[in-house]
Design a protein around this ligand. Structure first.
Ligand code: SDX
Length: 433
């Protein structure tokens, strides 16, 4: 990665009698940033930004989001174009290499991925250590981290070849791990990868195929699965990607870094929102109960929030939710499924978007609002929703992790704090306390 930020001016910061000139850097798109790296050395002051609402943690060239416009680009291509026209592995190639592959490049990349889809047979035993009712996110988090015990030839991640191998293995094996977690939770035998199928088809067969029967891929379901993977692939410096970058900044094993990302994604405020959103829609149950839940979402005394609504960056529609909404209609129509929850979701969206509270706070449906409906129609239980998010986001995490390691300005991440604890004091021995 070549650093491309440019100095486009300077900011003057005055503290008491002293003033400090801080450089302003700009990227190719988006807001400029004040470079505060030297601030503490110059002024003895830190910046204070819990939740990093106004902080750029890095330069990146992979994903751009314009929250005001509801725009999402991956290496300059809109999420709408990619989701409608690409294979998920094409998007993976784009994120990792910066350009869409031609036919030869795609074939070579796809072959590399396909040749790593199987898991070491010993990994099988990890699943049998879990209770059958273990949450699949717990299983994939533990198993992905455990892969670091199986692959020592990538511990030297400074080596490009070792790093590439780790990236191929993680992208290739995540569907196998996720499918096995699902099969284990329903007591069915694991289905081995079928390398004659594409990425989405192979995952569906490992989830819904059984050794006793031939599995026929439904092209509509496979196309929808492929689209869902693309919609969840990457999203700039979100919480789980920042977790992967921070873990990776210490030089940690790539499998451990991705396991850290899975752990962070699991939270209901982040990737866990798709599972929480469907559970919420099912709890609402019917259109006439929507006002009660809208009131709860607005009540400061009530911790309830409208799952699938709101976003730190988007203050307009999340473009992914529009693609997901369209996919939900197409899939339900194609499969001849009428799902009353979809009616509840549409009415909830309509009411919320007309409500002053949501308008004032610029709360719109995000990627998680419709995804649960689509994933249910594909046949997945709610406990698998965040697992599917993690499967797809592995491509983004890997791309961001690799970009960080290639960034000449990369250093170990180590934020500071404002300390408000006890001042220095002498210790009194216990028999005198
Ligand atoms: C993802 O970062 C990413 O890019 C994430 C993601 C990705 O692809 O990686 O896009 C995936 O995580 C999408 C978000 C999924 N989470 C949810 O749907 C959970 C519900 N949403 C919220 O918890 C919330 O909106 C967040 C966590 C998404 C964003 O939180 P912020 O940016 O910290 O905003 P906030 O909590 O400060 O909210 C601002 C105001 C608050 O009210 P005030 O304190 O100003 O009075 O809006 C309110 C909040 O109470 N608010 C909501 C709300 N979301 C925010 N009120 C009701 N329902 C909601 N959903």
């Amino acid at each position: 990665m070549e650093n491309k930020i440019v100095n486009t001016g300077s900011a003057k910061l005055t503290i008491g009698e002293d003033s400090y000139d801080l450089p302003i850097y700009s990227g190719s798109m988006g807001a400029p940033a004040v470079d505060v790296r030297a601030l503490h050395k110059l002024s003895g002051h830190f910046t204070f930004d819990p939740g990093y609402t106004s902080t750029c943690s890095t330069e990146s060239q992979i994903t751009f989001i314009d929250g005001g416009k509801g725009q999402l680009l991956h290496r300059g291509y809109s999420i709408e174009d990619l989701a409608e026209n690409c294979d998920f592995m094409e998007v993976a190639y784009l994120m990792m290499n910066g350009e869409l592959p031609n036919k030869e490049q795609f074939a070579e990349f796809d072959e590399k991925i396909t040749s790593h889809t199987m898991l070491h047979e010993q990994v099988e035993r990890f699943f049998h250590g879990f209770r059958r009712d273990a949450h699949p996110m717990a299983m994939i988090c533990g198993t992905t981290g455990a892969l670091s015990a199986f692959y020592h030839d990538e511990t030297d991640i400074a080596e490009n070849e070792a790093r590439d191998l780790a990236m191929m293995r993680l992208i290739a094996k995540m569907p196998t791990i996720c499918a096995r977690a699902y099969k284990y939770s329903i007591g069915q035998p694991h289905v081995y990868p079928d390398n004659s199928l594409n990425y989405a088809e192979n995952f569906l067969k490992m989830c819904f195929g059984v050794p006793a029967e031939t599995y026929e891929v439904n092209p509509v379901i496979a196309k929808t699965m492929n689209k869902i993977f693309i919609l969840h692939a990457d999203h700039e410096q979100n919480a789980s990607t920042s977790t992967v970058r921070l873990a990776g900044s210490s030089g940690a094993n790539p499998y451990a870094c991705i396991a850290a990302g899975i752990a962070c994604l699991w939270g209901p405020s982040h990737g866990g929102a798709n599972e929480a959103c469907l559970n919420m829609l099912q709890e609402i149950g019917s259109v006439d109960r929507i006002p009660e839940f809208i009131a709860r979402a607005k009540d400061k005394q009530d911790p309830f929030r409208l799952m699938g609504f709101g976003h730190r960056v988007y203050k307009n529609f999340d473009p992914r939710s529009r693609v997901m909404q369209k996919a939900s209609h197409e899939l339900l129509d194609e499969l001849g499924i009428s799902n009353p929850i979809l009616d509840v979701a549409k009415e909830l969206e309509r009411i919320a978007l007309e409500d002053e509270y949501f308008i004032a706070k610029k709360l719109y449906p995000n990627v998680d609002f419709y995804s649960g409906i689509v994933l249910s129609a594909l046949g997945f239980p709610t406990s698998m929703f965040t697992v599917l998010f993690a499967l797809a986001r592995t491509v983004g995490w890997i791309s961001q992790w690799n970009e960080m390691l290639e960034d000449p300005s990369q250093r170990i991440g180590r934020p500071r704090q404002l300390y408000t604890g006890a001042p220095a004091r002498s210790l009194v021995p216990m028999d005198k306390r």
